[in-house]
Design a protein around this ligand. Structure first.
Ligand SMILES: [Zn+2]
Length: 233
């Protein structure tokens, strides 16, 4: 086989290897991308904590209201029971009852507000929990398909590495050295087509003599302009 052709084959395999490795890397990155899910989980946790806090406050208010109700009852009994006759004392009792009634109605208002809030929060929490469940399900599915894709790529990569070894075993160490040197300097594309006297690496027309040498194939011919290995097609 033409020496340039072998190197061209090697170059194609290595390009494929690079591409597969890039795809695997991309999958690895996507597997890490759980950001939206993490944010949603935190959101649900926050909502739960806030609701729990409000539930506790609600219970506290309910207890206080009960206590206040008792006290109010006692004060009213005292006020209207007929035992207290002193006008001054009666007046102060009346004031006390009024103050307690004020507090009571304010607390009752707060209780109603809180109950409304809790209702809204519970609805919101339910929505967000549902959303989280859907996201988790979707993520699970995506993860599975990503893993399948990755397994496929890894298999292909193994095959490519075997192919690469096989091709390398047919290339002379001298040619391989030149190929590697050029790759270090010029990047991954160092073997290029030579099509009707034109180097496909840089577009220049090369002398007929050189093209003929390249066609014979028992020696590597470099483009005099860009220095890439010419592979006549
Ligand atoms: Zn060239």
């Amino acid at each position: 086989m033409n020496r340039a052709a072998l190197l061209f084959r090697l170059q194609s395999i290595e390009a494929e290897i690079t591409e597969k490795e890039r795809q695997i890397e991309e999958i690895n990155n996507r597997m890490k991308e759980e950001e939206t899910l993490i944010t949603q989980r935190a959101k649900v946790e926050n909502l739960r904590a806030r609701r729990e806090e409000n539930r506790i406050t609600l219970r506290d208010i309910e207890l206080s209201l009960k206590g206040l109700e008792e006290k109010l009852k006692e004060a009213k009994q005292k006020l209207y029971g007929g035992h207290v006759r002193n006008p001054k004392e009666l007046m102060s009792l009346e004031k006390e009852v009024q103050a307690m009634e004020g507090t009571y109605s304010r607390m009752e208002e707060r209780l109603l507000e809180l109950m409304e809030e809790l209702e809204k929060e519970s609805a919101e929490l339910k929505d967000q929990e549902e959303k989280l469940r859907e996201m988790e399900e979707a993520w699970q599915k995506e993860k599975e398909s990503l893993l399948q894709e990755k397994a496929k790529l890894e298999k292909a990569l193994e095959r490519l590495h075997r192919e690469r070894e096989a091709v390398i075993s047919t290339i002379s160490p001298e040619d391989l050295r030149l190929y590697e040197q050029l790759r270090t300097r010029k990047g991954p594309r160092v073997v290029v087509y030579l099509k009707s006297l034109t180097c496909q690496g840089c577009g220049i027309t090369i002398p007929t003599m050189l093209a003929q040498e390249a066609m014979v194939g028992n020696k590597l011919v470099l483009c005099p302009h860009c220095g890439r290995i010419l592979f006549p097609v």
